[in-house]
Design a protein around this ligand. Structure first.
Ligand code: SF4
Ligand code: SF4
Length: 343
């Protein structure tokens, strides 16, 4: 008897594919939700849009569930008699923090917390799977979720509020855990200083470990970059050798001697993009005018330039070996000027 194979075109698959197909806009700033991450290199690579974490549709749906839970929690808190401010009365927008390239958005500000009814609290809402929720209840947010703790600390510091209310929901059975957190000013200031140091650093920070099996590296989206000498695949302005992140929160391009105005322009970049030397594993020979670079790939020189005698950054990262001088590729480029290596 022949078993009938299960269908591959299922409704869940279609939903996950649809979610995964939506182009995710990279975050313009280094976010408060990330600043407690242990690896400075990961923070720098994320901020520089050098490595993106490819989330599958199921995980994106999970994120959406977390966001939707925020509405429920706000409604529950109001039902419990607390006052929740979701928006800044002056700007009519979500409460935010912003300091140079560092930023974030608060879930809200609450008053009427039974233990301190007149005090304002920064509100942070998180959902947890059962295992994570149990650890949270047993150890508290500082020990079990240090990134959430760090996030609340910088939000408190920047909003000048000395308490936070951490509201956790267990996704498995709707248990709730609510915890009050005090501002630790020195710790929060150190986190803000860390954000400034990382965002304005021209060079890549050291890895948290040189061991590819290290627990934090094992599942990191930059694993192949850090431990298998793979180059970045991204050729936006933030991976370009000509760019500088200015301390006040802007970006400047040395090639065109101009500020790069917005996220769309930074995503697009330009044909004169030169790969940042810390984003690729190859030895570099800079040109005298600083406008091009020569990379030694597979022992051969590859000129990184928008001019026809070399290769654009996007061609080099698409297929480094193909740019090292193949008679067939050279012939195609001669016959079809403007043809590009795409993979
Ligand atoms: S692979 Fe390891 S060292 Fe590299 S960014 Fe990730 S955590 Fe940091
Ligand atoms: S040279 Fe082009 S890609 Fe590089 S920073 Fe300037 S505008 Fe962006």
């Amino acid at each position: 008897m022949v078993a009938i194979p299960p269908p591959t075109d299922t409704i869940p698959k279609r939903i996950f594919d649809a979610l995964a197909a939506v182009k995710q806009q990279p975050r313009p700033h280094l976010g408060g939700s990330l600043i407690g991450h242990d690896c400075d290199r990961w923070l720098w690579l994320s901020f520089r849009w050098a490595v993106f974490e490819p989330f599958p549709g199921r995980v994106l749906r999970l994120f959406r569930r977390g966001q939707l839970e925020e509405f429920q929690v706000v409604s529950d808190l109001r039902a419990a008699g607390l006052t929740v401010y979701e928006y800044d009365q002056k700007t009519r927008r979500q409460f935010t923090i912003s300091d140079g390239h560092f930023g974030g958005s608060l879930d809200g500000i609450v008053t009427g917390v039974p233990e301190a009814p007149n005090k304002m609290h920064v509100l942070e809402i998180k959902t947890h799977a059962l295992k994570s929720f149990k650890e949270l209840v047993a150890q508290g947010v500082q020990a079990s979720k240090p990134m959430h703790y760090a996030q609340m600390q910088v939000y408190m510091l920047k909003r000048n509020i000395d308490r936070a209310l951490y509201f956790a929901v267990c996704k498995d059975d709707d248990q709730l855990h609510v915890e009050r957190v005090r501002l630790d000013k020195d710790f929060a200031l150190a986190l803000v200083a860390k954000a400034h140091r990382i965002t304005t650093s021209e060079r890549i920070p050291e890895p948290i470990s040189g061991d590819p099996t290290w627990y934090q590296c094992k599942w990191c989206a930059a694993h192949s970059f850090c431990h298998e000498k793979q180059p970045t695949k991204e050729t936006n302005c933030r991976t370009c050798a000509h760019v500088t992140a200015k301390p006040e929160g802007t970006w400047h391009c040395a090639r065109w001697d101009a500020p790069i105005p917005d996220v769309e322009a930074q995503i697009a970049g330009c044909d004169d993009h030169i790969l940042h030397p810390d984003m690729v594993p190859w030895q570099m020979q800079p040109s005298e005018d600083g406008l091009t670079a020569t990379w030694i790939i597979d022992g051969k020189p590859v000129l990184n330039t928008s001019k026809p005698e070399g290769f654009k950054s996007r061609e080099i990262v698409a297929n480094p070996s193909a740019c090292t001088g193949h008679p067939m590729i050279d012939e195609v480029r001669r016959v079809f000027p403007g043809a590009e290596v795409v993979g």
